[in-house]
Design a protein around this ligand. Structure first.
Ligand code: ZN
Length: 200
């Protein structure tokens, strides 16, 4: 036993499994929660429980939401003719933060990755195709600039082209292998502004 308490050790182990939290941070958080008294620990525990009780995916765009459809899908002021296609909800947050895009979104829930056995059926691609109607003028593909992101973009472009809709890809302002999430808002805004039509 590394710690004097099995309970403490279990909490530290659980915290260590969270993304971005190493052993030292986990220990600091656990000790902080003991020192701060029961109130703070209860608030944190409740917030974590509420996540699964209250937050789910929007049935239209697959963004995270407490109300279905989500606020963006319900917003009549947003441009229904343009849909920005993304990998994960965090990418949607990154683009929303720039304020540059006023259309709608579609979250794929990942990228095509043949090596990991992730194919079309694992992503919300059929749901995107069902959203297509003549009123849609542009699909902006904003998957990350990774091998899988590019593969997914090319795949979507091929699927969408026969529907005679303009398919664009956000510009390469983002370094290859990077992620939308970690790019500053100026770079992301420029990538969105400089998007190019996908040739196929
Ligand atoms: Zn939605």
């Amino acid at each position: 036993l590394e710690y004097s308490s099995r309970t403490l050790e279990l909490l530290i182990e659980a915290l260590c499994r969270l993304p971005g939290i190493g052993a030292k941070s986990a220990q600091r958080i656990a000790l902080h929660l003991i020192q701060e008294g029961k109130g703070e620990a209860e608030q944190l525990a409740q917030a974590i429980l509420d996540l699964h009780n209250k937050v789910s995916s929007c049935s239209i765009c697959f963004n995270l939401t407490e109300e279905d459809p989500c606020a963006i899908c319900r917003d009549p002021k947003r441009d229904e003719s343009r849909i920005c296609v993304l990998e994960e909800p965090k990418d949607l947050l990154a683009i929303e933060r720039t304020g540059i895009f006023r259309g709608k979104y579609h979250v794929l829930g990942g990228v095509l990755s043949p090596l990991d056995g992730i194919g079309e059926s694992h992503l919300h691609i059929q749901e995107l195709m069902k959203r297509m109607h003549p009123g849609i003028s542009e699909i902006i593909i904003a998957t990350n600039p990774t091998v899988e992101g590019e593969l997914t973009a090319a795949y979507l472009a091929r699927l969408l082209k026969p529907l005679s809709v303009k398919v664009t890809r956000i510009a390469r302002g983002i370094p290859y292998g990077g992620s939308l999430e970690f790019n500053d808002m100026v770079t992301l805004s420029k990538a969105m502004e400089g998007r190019l039509e996908v040739e196929s």
